[in-house]
Design a protein. Structure first.
Length: 539
């Protein structure tokens, strides 16, 4: 259903979508009375029995999520047209306008909200271990149930979510997939009001499903709308907001999330207002014109393209580009002879990102405490390191967009690996020098965020439209799978989460990723998407 006068895409079942969003929101609100009732106990809810409003809220959330998904799903019987190319006036030649700026601001907010979810894990683990008496290598080594199961279930959810949303993005569209993830964030904010740690594990898994899908779909959408000469630096800058998410989360953890404030649970409950805001901004989130054209939805594509300075035309000139219609994509295409080398780059770098993010970053708050820093000081050290390194995001965005995408990936991999090897060689002695500690932390915190942004942006550029969401989902899934590996070792107590060990397991794939780019990478700077993929298919 379209409204060309507004130039936007309407929901196929608007009543079901908005009714679902309302049900999920009300369901979350019904959990808050018990949370506020625990204020005299410093918001420690362990052992409290679920009351009737809370149970009714859980039912509403489940029903609401199902209704939301139905509201976003395309009309039954909608099929792509027979395979044939269509010519459009190149979107890559358009100028940035107000619609582009609005989209970029919203996508930056979406990335920040998305990344804050897994980053929060490292800051809630200590409080959760204390409240529930879970086993923690520093705070409670004698516990029975390991607190590391929380990030374990969360990361399993993100792996699955990356692949599911990758498929959804190519099936129901980029915009619909983003909104479905946002509603999932609203529902899973109740993780902060669960009185039993087992429910925390369940909700963290569901939260991971949405987190795993949001980031890669955002990049697929941006790649297909932003003009070529701006595409690279814009996507990396948006993705580099991962550092901004870390700054925001560490600040919240050291202020409102401190034990003497609202406790660790508030960091989860903040998912309610942030998710609602993202859904309400949906009017400024367009569907990808390339996706719409491929699915034969020309009227909707024309409406969106008018907003962004492009149009479907009949004449064939050098200023036009071809989009294949009705061509189905499969996961197998990512590993064929045309894209196998690029997929190796995506997988190796993704694995390294996961090992650093969910190994080194996840356990660094606890490791700093083991080195003698108190909880607030440790959080502030991480916040300061993120702030110090944040300006580098702009430099990396410029390098990727205006210098070389391939060389930027190689350089980032090598610098991050060297920084991590610094922790391996110095070990616990790093605590005696705060300046050196902050300097070494800058790259694994800000640097790894930039690599994650760069590799997902890269994946969104080098694969064709029909599998672009799957490719970005594969990139995100690989990074989350790296997290599964490192967290599994911690859960099984095979490897202690020390600074040296977590740094080593992240440094090796970072170095290998740089080597893979040197061997198989292609340059994407200022090149049209169809030009890049056509060159790969011809190779």
């Amino acid at each position: 259903m379209t409204n060309p006068s507004r130039g936007g895409i309407e929901f196929h079942h608007p009543g079901a979508f908005w009714g679902g969003v309302l049900a999920v929101t009300v369901g979350v609100l019904l959990h808050l009375p018990m949370y506020f009732a625990s204020a005299p106990m410093h918001y420690m809810m362990a052992g409290m029995a679920m009351d009737t409003p809370m149970m009714a809220g859980m039912v509403l959330i489940i029903v609401g999520l199902v209704a939301t998904a139905w509201g976003l799903y395309p009309r039954m019987g909608t099929h792509a047209p027979p395979s044939r190319p269509v010519r459009i006036r190149a979107m890559d030649d358009a100028k940035l306008n107000g619609q582009h700026v609005a989209l970029l601001l919203i996508m930056a907010a979406a990335v920040t909200i998305d990344v804050m979810k897994p980053v929060t894990l490292g800051f809630v683990v200590p409080g959760m271990a204390r409240e529930y008496g879970l086993r923690h290598p520093v705070l409670n080594p004698g516990g029975t149930v390991p607190v590391s199961l929380l990030p374990f279930f969360g990361i399993i959810g993100t792996v699955i979510g990356s692949f599911v949303w990758g498929w959804l993005g190519d099936r129901i569209g980029r915009r619909a997939s983003i909104l479905l993830a946002a509603v999932t964030f609203i529902g899973t904010s109740i993780c902060g009001a669960m009185p039993d740690y087992r429910w925390n594990f369940v909700m963290c898994f569901i939260m991971g499903l949405g987190v795993g899908g949001m980031l890669p779909i955002v990049f697929a959408l941006l790649a297909e709308i932003i003009p070529a000469r701006h595409r690279g630096w814009v996507m990396v800058l948006i993705g580099g907001d991962v550092a901004g998410a870390y700054i925001a989360t560490s600040w919240l953890a050291s202020t409102v999330g401190a034990p003497d404030a609202f406790g660790w649970r508030i960091l989860w409950l903040l998912g309610l207002p942030t998710g609602v805001v993202l859904v309400l901004l949906n009017r400024w989130i367009p569907e990808s014109p390339r996706f719409l054209i491929q699915r034969g939805r020309d009227e909707e594509a024309r409406a969106v393209m008018r907003r962004f300075g492009a149009a479907i035309v009949d004449d064939a000139t050098s200023e036009l580009e071809t989009v294949e219609r009705g061509v189905a994509g499969t996961w197998r295409q990512l590993f064929d002879r045309h894209f196998g080398g690029l997929t190796t780059v995506v997988l190796v770098f993704g694995l390294g990102v996961g090992l650093v993010t969910f190994g080194f970053q996840l356990w660094i708050p606890s490791n700093l405490r083991s080195l003698g820093f108190d909880e607030v000081t440790a959080d502030r050290i991480l916040r300061d390191s993120a702030i110090i390194g944040f300006p580098a995001t702009f430099l990396i965005a410029w390098m990727y967009g205006f210098w070389s995408s391939k060389k930027t990936l190689i350089l980032l991999g090598l610098v991050t690996a060297l920084s991590l090897f610094g922790f391996v060689f110095i070990g616990k002695d790093v605590a005696s020098n705060r300046v050196l500690l902050n300097a070494l932390l800058v790259v694994p915190i800000t640097g790894i965020s930039s690599i994650q942004a760069v590799i997902v942006a890269y994946a969104s550029e080098v694969y064709p439209t029909r599998v672009r969401s799957r490719a970005t989902g594969l990139s995100a899934g690989a990074s989350k799978f790296g997290g599964v590996l490192i967290i599994t070792l911690v859960v099984l107590a095979v490897a202690p989460p020390s600074i040296a060990v977590t740094a080593l397991v992240g440094a090796v794939p970072m170095a290998l990723g740089a080597l893979a780019v040197a061997m198989f990478g292609v340059e994407t700077r200022h090149r049209r998407l169809e030009e890049i993929t056509a060159a790969e298919m011809a190779a």
